[in-house]
Structures are given as structure tokens and as C-alpha cells.
Design a protein around this ligand. Structure first.
Ligand SMILES: Cc1cc2nc3c(=O)[nH]c(=O)nc-3n(C[C@H](O)[C@H](O)[C@H](O)COP(=O)(O)O)c2cc1C
Length: 496
């Protein structure tokens, strides 16, 4: 339909144009005018299915025009059609030649749907530059993703991929080295099988629970992820509002693009603060105290990033932080070297040991959660050192690679410390059945990284809320189908 529309409107405006160049210009204009109402609210996948018949109708239209139109007008009609279809060359030329044939203004419009030019803001290669957006711009209105589309996380990711600059998408989506861990994260959950129980009254199913004493509507929280301002102009504040609307807990990263105090105020929802070591011990301690003052309810020490993993996509893209993106909780810097990931995140290189768990447990009244544990012996030492909870994670496959999946590491950690402390898990959880499996293996809750990123990038706070709500609905349904009525009481033998 999109192709046909472009061809037909191109033909009509071409026919009315006074000259061939005017016909081309009118064709291009008609293309963008049509795109201002992208897809008329119909999800992408329907367009994919329509693409072939649609293309054929377009070709037939050209043939009819060529055969029937008087010769003097034919040239202008065809010029109008060429103009209308020209912008479609953008994507193939990006793919094959690495750049768009269009000036930045049109290119921005095409890539993100915004008309804002971004060239002046790019610190490095074009592809790694985030573009300025505002909720009032057309792409954003168009990205009010139908709720049903959020259930299809693969489609949601591909929508986000279309909106984001390639370098930013790769930074979010990628893993380390050969991305083996990243690739196996989801399949490790799917390799497990549920053993549904029958003849239980499931007329009422509860997903509410508590995390370190804090009440939440679902055992699904938002994992900390860096640089949210590249996905949405309001960054972590929008995520905070979406999570609160859903009734979920959010973990706010040290690497936020909005200061931790501002994110704390962005919503009433419960929040934990995720800690990296920044610059030096004193600065890091100060951050912890600021988080406690701002009302964060727990401190999440991420321990699987002693150094930055080798992320090939970012190296190939020469990814640098866009000019107006700053690490709001880090000391200010203007040095270009520190705008590379290694430079910026290198400042968080950790010298932490188990003693530091005890240090932070003593420094603050916030309970300390240790994130990034994959071994039962490490989990035991963390708890002995003062951790109130342990979070099993591969850091989304972005650090050592290949490593054991979270799904396979979880049972031993639960077996060792599960009686003493709460255990959480993240990595590749995408469906209610994955979540139920994790709960049956002993996790108190699971956390999401990339699905929330795609929700934020495509729909802002609403997108975040919808991702969390839809996954919870999927969990609720799976619970009912499996004869489970309470997420705090999932029998271990529900999963094999
Ligand atoms: C783009 C990105 C940035 C991340 N940044 C952080 C971070 O700053 N701190 C942290 O503890 N974990 C970080 N993580 C890891 C997540 O907290 C989480 O462990 C992981 O994303 C879960 O896997 P999933 O994306 O498959 O759900 C990041 C993950 C991604 C994808």
C-alpha cells in the first residue's frame, strides 16, 4: 500500500506539475507528506505481508500511466513517480554504501522521522550520533505502538532499530566478542519445559510481591542500562515514569544521562541505585550517600565490569557518546578521549573485592544487592560479606564471552544462598513462560534490559509501561495455565 500510494500520488502530482524538475520535487514532497501519517496505525508486519502484491500494483500503475497518458504529460508523470520513490533509495544505499544519498535534514527525517538536523551535534562518525527529538515531532506521534505490537518483542526491536542511528542501536543490542552468551541467553530459558498442574482454582492469580520489603505489582523489574538519553530525550526520567505506571521497580544506573536526584523525583515508583566505581573511592562513596538521600531503596553493586568487555560492534562503529549526551552522575569532562566508551566507562574500572561489599553495607542503610554473580561460591562470599541479595547476570552478554547462561547459573546460586537472601536473575527473559521458569528455579524476581530499551525508544514512558504490563499479562496467563496462583509460591517442580 505504501509503494502504491507513493507511485499514485507521484503520478498525480507529476501530471499537474509545470515541468519535469518540478514534477520530481513534487513527487519527493508527496512521499514525505504520505510518510507523515506512517502506516495509518497499521502494524509493520501487515505491511511486510503486503509488500509484494503492493509492488505489483505499483508496477501496473506505472504501465497504465505509460500506455494511456498523452506523450507531453508522460514525462512529467514518470518524473513525479521517480521523485515519489526516490526516498526509498535511502535504506539500500545506507546498507550497501554506508551512507545516505540525501542531505542530513532529509536523512534525519527518514531515519528517525524527525526533521531536526543533527550534523552539528555529532562528535564522531555520523552513525554514532543520536538525534535530537521532541515528543511533538512526527515520528514520535507515529510511534504510539499498538499494545498488541508490544507483545511481539522481535517486531518491537526492529521498529526501534529503524528509529535509532545504527551506532546507537548496535551499542544497545550488541554483546561482547563473538556474542555467544548474548545468543544463548534466550534459548537457555526456552530449553526448559514447564510441568503444568491441573484442577487448581486459578480464577484469581496474583503477580504482586515484595523485593527487599518493597511492594511491587510484578516480579519483573527494570535492569540498569546505560545512556538512556540516546533512546529518548527524557532518558531515565521517562523510564522511571513508565516503570511506576506499570507498578514495577526500576534500577537506575550510575551511567544515567539524568542526575540521580532528578530521576528519583521523576516518579513515585520504587527505585534502586546501581553503583559503579567512579573516579575514586571518595567520589563513589559520595554517590552512594546521595542515592540514599534521594530516596533510593537499595544499592546494586555491579561487579561483573572490572574492565569493559570487548564489544566489537562499538569498535567497528567507532562509537563515541553523542555531543549532548553526558554521564550525569560522573565528574564533568570535556575531553574527547573520555567520550569514547573506553574513556567514559573506563573511569569505572573497578578494583573492588568482597571487602567492598562490606564497605558499602556499612556505609549506607540501603541494603546491598550484588549484581553479576554467576557462581555459587561467589554468591556465598557476597552474602557472608554483607550482601542482602544476589543478582545472577551475564550483563546481557556484554562482558566475558562465552560464559554460562543466567538460566543455567541460577539453580546453583539459589541452592547455596537462596535460604538466606533473595536471588534475582536477568538475561534473555522475553516471555511469561521464561519468567515463570525463573521463579520456579528460585528467583524472587527477574529484570529486563533490552525489551525496556526498545519500549523507551519506540514509545517513551508509555512504551516502557506497555512492555512491562504485557510481559506481566503473559506471566499471569502462563501461571493460570500451569495451575499457579501466586508468584511468591511457585513450586520448584513446575519446571524441568
Ligand atoms: C545497552 C546496555 C547497557 C547496560 N548498562 C548497564 C549498566 O550501566 N550497569 C549494569 O549494571 N548493567 C548494565 N547492563 C546490563 C543490564 O543491567 C542487564 O544485566 C542485561 O541487559 C539483561 O539482559 P537483557 O538485555 O537480555 O534483558 C546494560 C545492558 C545493556 C543492553
Amino acid at each position: 500500500m505504501i509503494i502504491t500510494n507513493h507511485v499514485l500520488t507521484g503520478a498525480v502530482v507529476g501530471a499537474m506539475a509545470p515541468s519535469v524538475p518540478a514534477a520530481v520535487a513534487a513527487g519527493v514532497a508527496s512521499h514525505f507528506a504520505l510518510d507523515a501519517v506512517p502506516h495509518f496505525g497499521v502494524p509493520d508486519r501487515y505491511f511486510m505481508r503486503l509488500a509484494v502484491p503492493d509492488g505489483l500494483v505499483g508496477l501496473a500503475a506505472i504501465a497504465v500511466v505509460a500506455a494511456r497518458t498523452p506523450a507531453d504529460r508522460r514525462g512529467r508523470v514518470l518524473a513525479g513517480i521517480v521523485g515519489a520513490c526516490l526516498p526509498d533509495m535511502d535504506k539500500p544505499s545506507r546498507q550497501f554504501f554506508g551512507r545516505s544519498p540525501f542531505p542530513a535534514l532529509l536523512d534525519d527525517y527518514w531515519t528517525t522521522g524527525t526533521r531536526a538536523s543533527s550534523t552539528s551535534r555529532c562528535a564522531g562518525s555520523r552513525s554514532s550520533c543520536a538525534r535530537p527529538r521532541s515528543p511533538s515531532l512526527p515520528w514520535f506521534a507515529a510511534s504510539a505502538v499498538p499494545r498488541v505490537a508490544v507483545m511481539d518483542l522481535v517486531a518491537l526491536e526492529s521498529r526501534a532499530r529503524d528509529l535509532l542511528p545504527q551506532g546507537v542501536y548496535d551499542y544497545y543490542a550488541g554483546g561482547a566478542e563473538a556474542e555467544v552468551t548474548l545468543g544463548e541467553a534466550g534459548s537457555a530459558w526456552q530449553a526448559r519445559r514447564l510441568r503444568p498442574r491441573m484442577l487448581r482454582d486459578v480464577s484469581s492469580v496474583s503477580t504482586a510481591t515484595t523485593l527487599l520489603g518493597t511492594a511491587v505489582s510484578m516480579p519483573i523489574g527494570v535492569a540498569p542500562w546505560a545512556l538512556q538519553g540516546m533512546a529518548h530525550p527524557e532518558g531515565e526520567s521517562a523510564t522511571a515514569r513508565g516503570a511506576a505506571d506499570a507498578g514495577a521497580l526500576m534500577t537506575v544506573p550510575t551511567t544515567a544521562t539524568v542526575p540521580l536526584e532528578e530521576v528519583a523525583k521523576a516518579s513515585d515508583g520504587p527505585k534502586w541505585f546501581q553503583l559503579y566505581r567512579v573516579r575514586d573511592g571518595a567520589y563513589t562513596d559520595e554517590l552512594v550517600l546521595r542515592a540514599a538521600d534521594a530516596g533510593y531503596r537499595a544499592l546494586v553493586m555491579t561487579v561483573d565490569l572490572p574492565v569493559l568487555g570487548r564489544r566489537l560492534r562499538d569498535l567497528v562503529n567507532e562509537f563515541v557518546l553523542p555531543d549532548d549526551i553526558r554521564l550525569a552522575n560522573h565528574p564533568p569532562t570535556d575531553s574527547l578521549g573520555e567520550r569514547t566508551l573506553d574513556g567514559a566507562l573506563g573511569t569505572i574500572a573497578s578494583t573492588w573485592t568482597f571487602d567492598d561489599v562490606g564497605h558499602f553495607a556499612a556505609l549506607t542503610s540501603m541494603p546491598v544487592v550484588v549484581k553479576g554473580v554467576l557462581r555459587d561460591d561467589d554468591a556465598r562470599q557476597c552474602v557472608d560479606a554483607g550482601a542482602a541479595a544476589v543478582w545472577v547476570s551475564t550483563h546481557g552478554g556484554r562482558q566475558a564471552d562465552p560464559v554460562v547462561s543466567s538460566a543455567s547459573a541460577l539453580p546453583a546460586v539459589v541452592g547455596t544462598v537462596g535460604e538466606d537472601v533473595e536471588v534475582y536473575v536477568d538475561g534473555g527473559l522475553r516471555r511469561g513462560s521464561d519468567v515463570l521458569g525463573a521463579l520456579a528455579l528460585g528467583a524472587r524476581a527477574v529484570f529486563l534490559g533490552r525489551p525496556v530499551i526498545w519500549g523507551l525508544a519506540t514509545g517513551g514512558a508509555d512504551g516502557v509501561r506497555d512492555v512491562l504490563v504485557e510481559l506481566t499479562e503473559s506471566l499471569r496467563l502462563t501461571m493460570a495455565l500451569c495451575g499457579v496462583t501466586d508468584v511468591r509460591d511457585v513450586p520448584p517442580d513446575l519446571v524441568t
